[in-house]
Design a protein around this ligand. Structure first.
Ligand code: IDP
Ligand code: MG
Length: 152
């Protein structure tokens, strides 16, 4: 079991719908530790760098408009296999295919309003965390509950 960090973004629809708390709560309740957290009005430049892999796709202009349309919450969460754990909790990209119990399966309907972003692989998490957080904004700390969540 690997201790990992991953990037989570509560997208503008999540903030506007008053779901910051409920979305972060799901991750906290699972045992993930929030080690970085802030509210950001995303610039065009940051949006383009974050979504560089999608440049040229039909949904790309709408995606950039969406992510820059209102503030987002950006979090770094840490835990066992955090990258895949969070992807599983977030659910499939299209809410139509997202399983009940996942964020997108429980709380979203449209692919272009799917509430949340999560890094898709450890290498992606590393690249994205460097894009959104300075080193000093990520804090390592112990929780009294850690030994009840992490086996070792
Ligand atoms: P992911 O967020 O599950 O990793 P990606 O394929 O990386 O999904 O796509 C990034 C984001 O782009 C999606 O979360 C969604 O907001 C948006 N997106 C992807 N495909 C479509 C589409 O076909 N129409 C509209 N938006 C899309
Ligand atoms: Mg993705």
């Amino acid at each position: 079991m690997r201790m990992e960090r991953t990037l989570v973004i509560v997208k503008p629809d999540g903030v506007q719908r008053g779901l910051i708390g409920p979305l972060l709560s799901r991750l906290e309740a699972r045992g993930l530790k929030i080690v970085g957290l802030k509210l950001v009005q995303v610039s065009q430049d940051l949006a383009a760098r974050h979504y560089a892999e999608h440049e040229g796709k039909p949904f790309y202009p709408g995606l950039l408009k969406y992510i820059t349309s209102a503030p987002v919450i950006v979090a770094c969460v840490e835990g066992t296999s955090a990258v895949q754990m969070v992807r599983n909790s977030v659910g499939a990209t299209n809410p139509l295919n997202a399983a009940p119990g996942t964020v997108r399966g429980d709380l979203a309907l449209d692919i272009g309003r799917n509430l949340i972003h999560a890094s898709d692989a450890p290498a992606t998490a590393e690249r994205e965390l460097a894009l959104w957080f300075q080193d000093a904004e990520l804090v390592s700390y112990e929780r009294a509950t850690d030994r009840w969540i992490f086996e070792s």
